[in-house]
Design a protein around this ligand. Structure first.
Ligand SMILES: *[C@@H]1O[C@H](CO)[C@@H](O)[C@H](O)[C@H]1NC(C)=O
Ligand SMILES: *[C@@H]1O[C@H](CO)[C@@H](O)[C@H](O)[C@H]1NC(C)=O
Ligand SMILES: *[C@@H]1O[C@H](CO)[C@@H](O)[C@H](O)[C@H]1NC(C)=O
Ligand SMILES: *[C@@H]1O[C@H](CO)[C@@H](O)[C@H](O)[C@H]1NC(C)=O
Ligand SMILES: *[C@@H]1O[C@H](CO)[C@@H](O)[C@H](O)[C@H]1NC(C)=O
Ligand SMILES: *[C@@H]1O[C@H](CO)[C@@H](O)[C@H](O)[C@H]1NC(C)=O
Length: 337
């Protein structure tokens, strides 16, 4: 109560300055998705500077594959007919120069954002944060981690040394043009997503990275309703009751379709890294709560007796040290303290 107004004003300035991030946004549902557009509105309202670079058409299920179109121009219209056939394969939304589409996979959109859109057209070049989604449909567990384009965009960014968060929700696919008010599931999932970004930002000192190198976050959001759109947030892990596919043969059609293995497979649910006492995100989202898991893109097995025993099976054919004379590429080795 005794702060002078000038101190209060500069404190407010400092706080707003420290919390304003440059954010690259993407997804796999495309640049016209209601979820990503509502999320952008929320992040912009919080004072962040955002640019979307997202697929021109639906690119779900592409995982982390980075696939660039060989066509200079779109061979068909973009999703929801927002961009006509024949327009360039990369371009800005005619109504908003901070929203870009590209006719490639989600991971490719992140690379095109980092290496083409931001350097040429952005007012920042390296984002402080990449966010992907919120996806239409949840992505819990390691199987969906590898399958989902929303996760693929996220771990592509982490691989490029940029902190990244994937958001996946339970609402149905909706074009942004269908949103007419703020009482709808796309706005609600954007609000939950923005609340999580806000927590990461406000708990990171100014000038520090939002996440350590090599780390990313996977957020899954349960179904939201007008009556319940701010559910509890729970710390989780990727494994634990996570699903994996089986191939179901249909003799009538002569084709396969997928199903979930029951009970869940031990392989995909083995706890090798992280805190094994945390609940699996699959359980938590099924229970109506928001799951937040921390992943890393270091896919090496932990250093323990199992790994030593596995390596020992190479006895006699593999050595412990690298043959440095045969190494032709520059070696980098980043370890956290
Ligand atoms: C792409 O479209 C532009 C006009 O928008 C045209 O000038 C160009 O020739 C097209 N490129 C190809 C490879 O078709
Ligand atoms: C960056 O550009 C966007 C428009 O793309 C604008 O809204 C925003 O204010 C700019 N931010 C800064 C920090 O110049
Ligand atoms: C808000 O929009 C949704 C559709 O997105 C509609 O179902 C609902 O009735 C609208 N609510 C109000 C208060 O206009
Ligand atoms: C196989 O496909 C047919 C035709 O789509 C469908 O009617 C039937 O229910 C399917 N059977 C199974 C076991 O999924
Ligand atoms: C290689 O590593 C294994 C296990 O870490 C150790 O037992 C063995 O002595 C090492 N061999 C050499 C040649 O350093
Ligand atoms: C990488 O760095 C860590 C920690 O500094 C060190 O223990 C390790 O031996 C290094 N690995 C290589 C291959 O240089």
């Amino acid at each position: 109560m005794r702060f002078s107004s000038s101190i209060a004003a500069s404190a407010a300035l400092f706080l707003s300055g420290s919390s304003a991030l440059n954010i690259l946004m993407s997804n796999d549902d495309g640049f016209g998705s209601a979820n990503i557009r509502e999320f952008k509105k929320q992040l912009d309202a919080m004072g962040h500077n955002t640019i979307i670079v997202a697929p021109a058409v639906q690119q779900s299920g592409k995982g982390g594959s980075s696939s660039y179109t060989g066509e200079a121009n779109l061979t068909g219209p973009s999703e929801y007919d927002l961009i006509p056939a024949g327009a360039p394969s990369i371009g800005a939304d005619p109504h908003d120069s901070s929203i870009w589409y590209y006719n490639g996979t989600p991971a490719a959109c992140v690379f095109v954002g980092l290496d083409y859109v931001l350097p040429r057209y952005g007012n920042f070049s390296t984002p402080d944060l990449v966010v992907a989604g919120p996806n239409f449909g949840t992505n819990p567990g390691p199987f969906l981690y590898t399958l989902s384009g929303t996760l693929g965009a996220t771990y592509a960014a982490v691989g490029r040394s940029i902190p990244a968060i994937a958001f996946s929700a339970s609402n149905d696919e909706t074009p942004y043009t269908a949103i007419t008010n703020s009482s709808n599931t796309a706005t609600y999932v954007a609000q939950v997503s923005a609340k999580i970004v806000k927590s990461f930002v406000s708990n990171t000192p100014k000038g520090q990275a939002i996440l350590p190198l090599g780390y990313g976050i996977n957020v899954n959001i349960p179904p939201l309703t007008d009556a319940m759109h701010d559910p509890p947030v729970v710390k989780t892990r990727l494994t634990g009751n996570a699903d994996t596919d089986i191939a179901v043969w249909n003799a009538t059609t002569g084709t396969f379709h997928y199903g979930n293995l029951e009970p869940p497979a031990a392989g995909v649910n083995t706890c090798l890294n992280g805190d094994c006492s945390l609940p699996g995100e699959t359980y938590i989202v099924e229970g109506g709560e928001v799951s937040v898991s921390v992943f890393s893109v270091d896919y090496d097995a932990p250093s323990n007796a199992y790994t030593t025993a596995v390596f020992n099976k190479l006895k006699g054919i593999a050595s412990n040290t690298t043959a440095s004379r045969r190494r032709t590429r520059r070696s980098v080795n980043y370890s956290h303290p």
